[in-house]
Design a binder for this molecule. Structure first.
Ligand code: SAH
Length: 516
């Protein structure tokens, strides 16, 4: 059997978008993903659908997997012919023990690649508005380990040399020893007034910064109860933060917002949250797929066969448009066979999806509920007309019912099915429990139903209760009603039922919650 390749990859400091393109390619190509808590679970979404994900980090009830065991695991998997990615926080060569992993792979004749990542030593200061070098203040920087465990000796640190280095000092794994570190630096000649910053969980929603001087920082850290992981930055560059802090000034900074919609549809909402400095946490609970039953297939085939007969084709979602076209292709039907039909599209996005395929909708109801489509329909349809409604299996009944009441002969076809997507991120229950999710977004009723079901499958006994203290944001009243029927307390429904409206309303409620 062929041996697999092992990719030893730096995942960056936490924000999943800070992985490199090469790292991402390796991830997409791997059969097994070996990861830990510093290398974000959010990156798992990019793995192949059938990739095995192995967690080797710390769990509250279990210890970390030993480094030797991880080394061996990588070898064993590669010997089984699997391509393996070992995701590591920051850069793999900066206190990442990549040498030991690579060494054993080398000894076993396994091909490996070391793919650098953005180390927290520079990225975390940058997200706090602190550049590690500066033309006028620091012409070098040193990255030093603080040896987190307080009982370990730090014989390897040559304090006299470190202290007298010209530039910025960056300590990793040093929170527990901040008092000792400051003491040593002062004892070896750095001014007690030297500015110091600690940045905890940089590039993530929890990012928190404490600033002081070598003489005050220990007390500041205690007062703020700042815990690892954090990066310590010592030097005048710390003062730059007063003017250069950037992400902290954005309206959604510090907010982790759960995105439940299908991954294929999430990017727009993710980008909007991202732009506003929030952390979009993707947890897709729905997936659409082609319907499988033979009845559904037959109905579609039949509908296509009489393309020339329709007076109307009415589409109610972007998915509806996409899948309608897939079926046209499947049955070899040219869109021009619907030459008699006018097209209707609920909402501008649906209309846009049609327009990109060369079809301009004649009717685009102004507001985005099926009800408002009816109002506009009333004046344009007439008794005896023939309408086709390509939609999802969970579409609401109101539109076809009312059309029939208007005397329109209506054919509905389920061009796609909505199913619960199996969650591969097992961390959500813990994040919810610890209050680390601030807002949950629901963009359809099925996202509500499926999130509750997904949580149940992850062992949460009372999912509604688990969501009690979190802002629940629904795109419109129909989705909100579904959420309320489950017993959820909906705190956000925008005036305009669009993604922009939703995001604006979230900014507003979080402003209020934070007491601004
Ligand atoms: N290879 C990693 C460092 C591993 S040592 C890198 O290049 O970044 C682990 C230490 O890194 C932590 O104790 C902490 O000091 C630092 N660290 C990593 N990610 C961090 C983050 N998001 N915020 C603050 N510190 C972080």
């Amino acid at each position: 059997m062929d041996r697999g390749i092992v990719y030893l990859v730096g995942a960056g400091p936490g924000d999943p978008k800070l992985i490199t393109l090469r790292g991402l390619e390796a991830l997409k190509r791997s059969d097994v993903v070996v990861y830990d808590r510093l290398a974000g679970p959010q990156l798992l979404h990019f793995a192949k659908p059938d990739a095995e994900c192995i967690y080797v980090g710390k769990l509250s009830d279990r210890h970390t997997m030993k480094q030797e065991d991880i080394n061996q695991l990588l070898v064993d998997l590669a010997l089984q012919g699997k391509n393996v990615i070992r995701l590591k926080g920051g850069d793999p060569t900066v206190f990442g023990r990549v040498g030991e992993e690579a060494d054993l792979l080398q000894k076993n004749g396994i091909i490996y690649e070391i793919i650098p990542g953005i180390t927290s030593a520079i990225a975390v200061p940058a997200y706090a508005g602190i550049p590690v070098t500066h033309r006028d203040m620091a012409s070098s920087f040193s990255v030093i380990t603080g040896h987190e465990s307080p009982d370990k000796l730090d014989l390897s640190i040559q304090w006299d040399k470190v202290t007298n280095a010209t530039g910025t000092l960056v300590f990793l794994m040093g929170v527990a020893k901040i008092g000792y570190i400051s003491e040593q630096l002062i004892a070896h000649g750095r001014s007690p007034e030297t500015p110091v910053a600690l940045v905890q969980w940089g590039t993530r929603a929890e990012q928190r910064t404490v600033v002081g001087t070598l003489s005050t920082i220990e007390a500041e850290v205690k007062a703020a109860n700042l815990k690892p992981p954090a990066v310590i930055i010592v030097g005048d560059v710390v003062n730059q933060r007063e003017t250069l802090s950037w992400i902290e000034k954005k309206p959604l900074f510090g907010q982790r917002i759960l995105i439940t919609r299908a991954r294929s549809q999430a990017s727009e909402l993710v980008a909007k949250i991202d732009d506003l400095g929030g952390e979009a946490y993707e947890f897709p609970v729905i997936e659409t797929k082609l319907p499988s039953s033979s009845e559904a297939l037959q109905a579609i085939e039949q509908a296509m066969a009489q393309a020339e007969a329709y007076d109307w084709v009415m589409l109610t979602s972007v998915n509806g448009v996409e899948y309608f076209y897939r079926w046209l292709d499947h049955f070899g039907v040219d869109i021009r066979r619907f030459h008699r039909a006018k097209f209707a599209a609920v909402g501008p996005k649906t209309a846009e999806a049609l327009a990109t395929r060369g079809v301009r909708a004649e009717l685009i109801p102004e507001s985005f509920r099926a009800e408002s489509m009816l109002e506009s329909l009333n004046s344009v349809v007439s008794t005896g007309q023939f309408a086709l409604l390509p939609r999802g299996d969970l579409a609401r009944e109101i539109l076809p019912r009312e059309l029939r009441e208007l005397g329109v002969q209506t054919v509905e076809i389920d061009v796609y099915e909505t199913v619960l997507s199996a969650p591969r991120d097992v961390w959500l229950p813990e994040l919810l429990e610890k209050g680390k999710i601030h807002v949950i977004t629901f963009t359809s009723s099925s996202t509500v139903n499926n999130l509750l079901e997904a949580l149940r499958r992850l062992g949460v006994q009372n999912p509604v209760e688990a969501l009690q203290n979190i802002d629940i944001a629904c795109i419109g009243p129909v989705t909100a009603k579904t959420a309320e029927d489950h017993g959820l307390k909906v705190t956000v429904v925008p005036e305009k039922y669009t993604l922009d409206g939703l995001v604006e309303a979230i900014v507003e409620i979080r402003r209020v919650t934070k007491g601004e």
